[in-house]
Write a protein that binds this ligand. Sequence first.
Ligand SMILES: [Zn+2]
Length: 80
Amino acid sequence: MTNPIMDEFLAFHPNPSSWYKYRCRSCIHTDWVEDVVVDAFPPEEPEGFPAIVCPECGGSFCCDTSEPVKRSRPHPDHAS
Ligand SMILES: [Zn+2]
């Protein structure tokens, strides 16, 4: 079965995204942040990643560089 919307999406996004593991410094929230988001913010952290606000508590949401970058088209936690 073909999905014309997905076919069109893949034509414009032929490569999987890079996902960076982010971890809150104030609570236990973690999430994967897509490269388009990372690239949209200035790299304020020493490691060259942007400091993002935690969506759960408003704390400092920072890239966990010990986690390998994932290459995936969908969100890694939602990939089947
Ligand atoms: Zn938090």
